[in-house]
Each structure stands twice: as structure tokens, then as C-alpha cells.
Design a protein around this ligand. Structure first.
Ligand code: ZN
Ligand code: ZN
Ligand code: FE
Length: 761
């Protein structure tokens, strides 16, 4: 099948023969399309088979002109439009040029070579960088990007550094963070009361020793602190989990090099490219065999994937060079707080978690977490957009109003729009703590200042109680309230450049609906700029509200009550119920019957929780989406095309919409469980049913384009199965690539909604 690929390249790619190079490469590979130089970077589109397009992207990186340097390359797949030749398009100078703030870039090859060359004056210097690599976004105070306006202003360059900086022939010509051991930042190792133990080379040597001894270290990196420890040492990993109160949530790893990663994990060519890219994100990789690698069991309990990144700063490179084995590199924070960026703040907050602090004196201006990506359906899907990606914009096809959007409550990002660009902030996190709310406010004021935007309007979530929605009123500007699931669909539409009409499938855990109930299993049609809720799951109740999100057997009780009424409480043998004490069960029964503190929901995410509880996979979760992830992992060991029954009925309100009834499915699951069907098959049949439901609704609606958005579509099995089913029936399914399907994408959807005056009826 022919695909179109859209590529945006930024960096030193203008005026260096880049366009003729792209022209030659594309035509030699028989690809049609175009290349264009604009104030926003070099844009390329070509069409061909996916394998050829993949190769094209790889070859751009490998064969580009010697003097050029790519500081960011992002690509996504789009529907083909039928190009018949390859052309160099006329430069686009329209729109006011927006100063681009580049993301922080992983250490380049030249700097890596110098770093390990004993005769080089920056041999093992942890802050080596050049025009092509190093910190950017995390150290910029204001524009234009100049040393006095970065956190490097405190370091006065020595004569040698200064002459590099001033020499147009030098790789460090105008490299703002340029530094050397003579004049630049340096590192120190502290104990956990902040006393200096060692500095410079000694500090690294002792850190390596400490890690090998099973100790836990807080490391000040590029966009904040990591907490690191030996990934082979189960005891230290367990100690870290215990001290950080992080029981089961997977921990990210840093491996010394790509060869070591390939020993433990399956790595496709795209995954390899991502691991080694300038963005250097955490890539979710399938383990080869859990029982043959040496990664401690407690790193990702019961999870067939490992989240792995490679060293991306000189400090990481030096450390991993001496360690030569994988470390845990998890964020240096308390859960639900932003990562620490300052060594004294870290000392205060993390001293109960870590034994040592490896710190430096180059200030970090704003927190930038590690990005997380996954390869689904042979394409990159960004799950957390932060280091390496933020704050690069998403380009739109039409002019946008000047807006600020404040995003969602969980996995918050904010966005501003200017010209044809939407700048999405780095991942800020769940706005559950004072610290994260402060980070949220700081990011908004940062963005307004950096991009010089005075917004005409502010977009926020429809939920009146979200702290972000309340904050939106502080702008004293007109507010546009955007329904959560509509924002999801619009973000998916925007990045796939889709035009209406279409069907949006918006499935996640929670979002405030226009009827004031909790939505999350929504089918939305879009026509004449107006969204309608064409179908949704049958409602059920969550006894205890928020409580039920952790204690998922409450959700199961809510669903069973919906089917069987209060009779259900007479039979305590029923699985999810036997995990309650008598008193608990009485309370839950009472809540459900009297509808006290039992909000109604149509959430697909909560349906995953209920099923996990009913089949006794687990009754409590320790982190968001844990049950859904475990259900997904169960699908990998078997194969089946079977699915459960479900019913789609017309809503009797006469509003011409549909209700998807899960009752037949839940009843069959109970029977399968009674008959001791394997959990693997149970899970596959459940997933298959969900895909079948989407296909059935798509057939009723009859729109060719189907946009799949919301956190549920991070689920590999669900996404692949649904896309395949839809394609077989000649629908055109679309999903996320550059922007997360989870709530990290909401800020983009909010901007699009209010800029283009969409409606919701
Ligand atoms: Zn470099
Ligand atoms: Zn120097
Ligand atoms: Fe959501």
C-alpha cells in the first residue's frame, strides 16, 4: 500500500545544499513529492511503500551533506495524494518567522569521540557540547538564544573556548553552552546531608563504585534529576521502590550501548533509530526472554516490555562507560510531583530516597522529563512528549488565533498557538500537588514570554472543578470550554491532517461529559464543524467514586449490580465480591442502591478495570492503567478470533444515538471464568469484542474516516486489531504519532477547537 510521509527537519540544514541532496536521494529511490525550505525548517513529503519510506528517512540521516547538521527530525505518515514527480518547491516566506526554541539534544558523535580521546582537552569532561548538541530548552531564559540569556551566563569562557566560539570555521562557533574543564561547570559527589565527598573525576569513580555496591544515587542530569541504581541488583531496586513508595510501576532503564540493548530486547530498525536519535527517548522494547536477561525482576514486574534509553549527555556517557551495565534511571521526584531541577531542592526532597547526590553547578531552568515512545503498527507513537521533542511546534495548514490552552488534569501539557504553529509544552504531569500546579503556572508564563504571545482567548477543559479550568479564569480573557473527548479527537485529526466528516472514537479513563457524568467510551461524529455523541457505552456506577479507581473490585461490583440488581450481594461466591469484607460489601451495596457517592460512567478504561477484577487478574491497582496493561500483556501468548456478544440499541430518548450494552459480554466472561478458560483467551476475547464494537458502530455511522484517540489506544493489541478490522471493511482508521493519544494531547485539541470555532451538540 502506498503511503505519504511528512518530514520536518530543523537544524543547520539551510544554505548547505540540503534541498538538492533530498532531491537526488528521492529521485534515485523513485519517490515522488517535494522539498521546501521555510522559516520553520525544511519540510519534505514523499510517497511510496512504507519500507522504502523508512529507508528514505534513514538515508537522510546517514547521507546528508557533511556541513549540515540535523537537530530535529520528526516524521509522520499521512494518506497519499498522488504526487507524479519530485520537485523543489519555492521557499515559503509567508507568516512571521517565529523564533524556534530547540529542544535539548543528545551528545553528537564528534563530541563523543573527543570525550573519550585522552589527548583532547575535554577528555572525560561531563559538559562537552557543540553547536550540534547539548542543552537548549532547559537552559534558555529568554530569546534571542544567546549565552547571556542562558544559565551559562555565570561561566566566563576561557581564551581557548572563546576563540572556538568566535571562529566561524569551528564546530563550537556560537555554541552558547560552550565550556571546558578550565572555565565551565563541574561535578561533585555529596552524601545525603549535602557534604562534599569528591569532585570531578573522583566523583564519577566513586559513583560507579557506589552503584556497583548497590547504593542509590540522585544524579543531576539535563532536564532534572534521575534516581539511579544497579538494574541487576534486585535488592537495591526493591529498596528504591520502597523508599520512593513506588510499588509496581515500571522503572526506566539506561543501557550502556545499543549492543547491550539488543542482547536483552527485540529491536527493530525503527526502534534502533529512535534509541540512537537526537531526541534519545525512552523506547518501550519487548524483552527477548525475561528469564535470560539479568534485569532484576522488580524493575518491571510481570511486564514483557522494558523502557530503555541510551546515554544522552556527556555525564551519562562517562558514567555508563565505566559501569558497562544497565542502571535504573527513574525520575528524581516524589510521585505526582515534577522532577527536581535544583541540587538543594533535591537534597531536601530526595534525601530519604537516595544515599548519594551526583550534582553539578550548571543551573537547570525548567524541568524536562525523559520522553517515552513506542513503536506501534510500525510507526513511532509518542507517549510522553518532553526532552528532545518539546517545545517544537506542530504545524497546521491554516492560520490559528493567538491562544493559550491549559490542557487536562492528568498528564498535563499546555499549548499556545501562533501563526500556523501550535507549541506544546513538555509533559508537566498530574496536577495533583502544589508543586505540579506551580510547574504548570511557570510553564504558561514561560511560554507566553518566550513566544511573545498575548492570548485572545483561553481554552480549558469543560470540567468546572479542574484546577486548570479554574486557573483559566485568571487570564481575564474569553474562555472556551472544550469537552475532553472532543479534544482527544481533534488532536488526532490535526496531526493526521484530516478533514470532516468523520467518526471519532475517544476511549480513556475519565473525562467530564456535557451531561455532567464521567465519560470515557465515546463515539463522536463530526459534520459542519459540529460534534455529536452518536454512541457510548451503557452507564454503570462507581461506588465510592475516586476510591474505585484504585480498588477496581468496586467497579466490578458496580457493573454486576447494573446487571443483576441487589440480588448480586446475596451471593458472596461471585469473584470480585469475595474480596470485600462483610462490612465493606454492605457499604458498597448501600452506595449502589441509594446512588450515594456512586457517579455514573461510560468509561472504556473502567470497563478494562472491571474485567480485570471479574477474571481475578487483580483487585487493586497501584498505578494508572495497571489492570488494562496487564490485560493487554495477556494477549501476547495466544491467538483467537473469537469475541463475546454485545448489543447496540438505539437510545429511546429518540436522539438518534446508540448505546453499547456490555451486559452479554460480562455474562459470557463470568461463564468462561467459571469454566476455567485461560486468562489469555479471556483477555483476547475481551479485546476482540472491543474492536468488533468499534467496527459495528463505524458501520452504523458510515463515515469512511475513523480517528482513534484517548489513552486506551496506547494498547497495542486493541489498536492493531481495530485498525485491521476497519481496514478490511474499507474504513480508513487514523491514530496518533507525534502527539500522545493520552491526555498529553488534550492541549493541542483545545487549541484547535477554539481556534476553528468547533461546536458540540
Ligand atoms: Zn557536539
Ligand atoms: Zn574553557
Ligand atoms: Fe483522556
Amino acid at each position: 500500500m502506498i503511503k505519504r510521509i511528512h518530514i520536518v527537519i530543523r537544524g543547520a540544514v539551510q544554505g548547505v545544499g540540503f534541498r538538492p541532496f533530498v532531491f537526488k536521494l528521492a529521485t534515485s529511490m523513485g519517490l515522488n513529492g517535494w522539498v521546501l525550505n521555510s522559516s520553520q525548517g525544511v519540510f519534505i513529503e514523499v510517497e511510496g511503500k512504507q519500507e522504502i519510506l523508512e529507508e528514505f528517512v534513514l538515508r537522510i540521516g546517514k547521507e546528508k551533506p557533511k556541513v549540515s547538521f540535523i537537530q530535529s527530525l520528526e516524521h509522520k505518515y499521512l494518506d497519499p495524494v498522488g504526487y507524479v514527480e519530485f520537485v523543489i518547491r519555492e521557499s515559503d516566506s509567508s507568516g512571521e518567522p517565529t523564533a524556534l526554541i530547540l529542544p535539548d539534544i543528545a551528545t553528537c558523535e564528534d563530541c563523543r569521540n573527543e570525550l573519550f580521546e585522552p589527548s583532547n582537552r575535554r577528555y572525560l569532561y561531563p559538559f562537552i557540547n557543540c553547536t550540534n548538541c547539548g542543552p537548549r530548552y532547559s537552559i534558555i531564559e529568554s530569546l534571542p538564544y544567546d549565552r547571556p540569556k542562558t544559565t551559562m551566563k555565570e561561566f566566563v569562557m576561557c581564551d581557548e573556548c572563546n576563540s572556538e566560539y568566535k571562529n566561524p570555521q569551528d564546530r563550537r562557533f556560537h555554541a552558547q553552552p560552550n565550556a571546558c574543564p578550565e572555565c565551565g561547570p563541574s561535578i561533585e559527589l555529596w552524601d545525603n546531608s549535602g557534604s562534599l565527598l569528591y569532585s570531578k573525576a573522583e566523583a564519577i569513580k566513586e559513583t560507579v563504585k557506589a552503584i556497583k555496591d548497590g547504593r542509590i544515587v540522585a544524579l543531576k542530569g539535563l532536564g532534572g534529576f534521575h534516581i539511579i541504581t544497579d538494574a541487576f541488583n534486585n535488592d537495591s531496586v526493591l529498596k528504591l521502590r520502597q523508599r520512593k513508595h513506588r510499588e509496581e510501576k515500571p522503572l526506566a532503564l539506561m543501557y550502556p550501548d545499543i549492543g547491550a540493548v539488543m542482547k536483552d530486547c527485540e529491536v527493530s530498525s525503527l526502534e534502533e533509530r529512535l534509541l540512537l536519535s537526537l531526541q534519545s527517548p525512552i523506547v518501550l522494547l519487548h524483552r527477548k526472554n525475561r528469564h535470560t536477561d539479568y534485569i532484576a525482576e522488580s524493575v518491571t514486574p510481570g511486564n514483557p516490555y522494558l523502557g530503555i534509553m541510551l546515554p544522552y549527555t556527556p555525564l551519562h556517557h562517562i558514567l555508563m562507560h565505566f559501569l558497562q551495565s544497565p542502571i535504573i534511571a527513574t525520575s528524581g521526584n516524589h510521585s505526582e510531583e515534577p522532577i527536581c531541577i535544583d541540587e538543594y531542592e533535591a537534597l531536601d526532597k530526595l534525601n530519604n530516597i537516595v544515599d548519594l547526590f551526583l550534582v553539578h553547578n550548571r543551573p537547570i531552568l525548567r524541568h524536562v522529563d525523559d520522553s517515552i515512545v513506542s513503536v506501534l503498527m510500525d510507526r513511532e507513537m509518542i507517549l510522553r512528549r518532553a526532552r528532545g521533542y518539546a517545545p517544537l511546534p506542530i504545524n497546521t495548514n491554516s492560520e490559528l488565533d493567538n491562544l493559550v490552552s491549559v490542557g487536562s488534569h492528568l498528564k498535563n501539557t499546555i499549548a499556545i498557538s501562533k501563526g500556523k504553529q501550535v507549541f506544546i509544552s513538555q509533559h508537566i504531569g498530574d496536577l495533583e500537588t502544589v508543586e505540579s500546579f506551580n510547574a504548570f503556572k511557570k510553564t504558561i508564563s514561560d511560554f507566553k514570554k518566550l513566544y511573545n504571545v498575548n492570548p485572545d482567548r483561553v481554552a480549558c477543559d469543560l470540567h468546572p472543578e479542574y484546577i486548570s479550568s479554574k486557573f483559566a479564569t485568571d487570564f481575564k480573557k474569553p474562555i472556551v470550554r472544550v469537552q475532553h473527548h472532543v479534544a482527544h479527537v481533534l488532536s488526532c485529526m490535526e496531526e493526521n491532517q484530516l478533514e470532516e466528516p468523520l467518526l471519532g472514537v475517544s476511549w480513556d479513563g475519565t473525562g467530564y461529559g456535557i451531561d455532567k457524568t464521567i465519560w470515557g467510551g465515546e463515539f463522536l461524529t463530526l459534520k459542519d464543524k459540529t460534534f455529536s455523541r452518536i454512541a457510548h457505552f451503557r452507564k454503570f456506577h462507581l461506588p465510592g467514586g475516586e476510591h474505585s479507581i484504585k480498588e477496581i473490585n468496586r467497579i466490578a461490583a458496580g457493573i454486576l449490580y447494573e446487571i443483576y440488581g441487589k440480588e448480586i450481594f446475596n451471593d458472596k461466591k461471585i469473584l470480585p465480591l469475595k474480596h470485600f469484607s462483610d462490612e465493606e460489601l454492605k457499604v458498597i451495596e448501600n452506595m449502589l442502591i441509594k446512588k450515594i457517592n456512586s457517579p455514573a460512567t461510560t468509561s472504556a478504561g473502567r470497563l478494562f478495570d472491571a474485567v480485570a477484577s471479574i477474571i481475578d487478574l487483580r483487585q487493586r491497582v497501584n498505578y494508572e492503567a495497571q489492570a488494562a496493561m496487564e490485560l493487554e500483556f495477556l494477549t501476547s501468548d495466544s491467538n483467537s478470533n473469537e469475541n463475546y456478544d454485545f448489543q447496540i440499541t438505539e437510545d429511546n430518548s429518540g436522539a438518534n444515538n446508540y448505546i453499547i450494552d456490555w451486559e452479554p459480554m460480562i455474562q459470557e466472561i463470568l461463564i468462561d471464568k467459571l469454566n476455567k478458560l485461560s486468562l489469555n483467551l479471556l483477555s483476547i476475547k475481551f479485546h476482540n469484542t472491543l474492536s468488533q464494537i468499534i467496527l459495528s458502530v463505524a458501520k452504523i455511522v458510515g463515515e469512511e474516516k475513523v480517528a482513534l484517540s484517548g489513552g486506551c489506544f496506547q494498547n497495542r493489541y486493541l489498536l492493531e486489531r481495530t485498525v485491521n478490522l476497519l481496514e478490511k471493511e474499507n474504513f480508513k482508521p487514523y491514530w496518533h504519532q507525534r502527539v500522545p493519544p493520552n491526555d498529553g494531547g488534550i492541549s493541542l485539541g483545545q487549541v484547535i477547537y477554539s481556534s476553528f470555532n468547533y461546536n458540540f451538540k
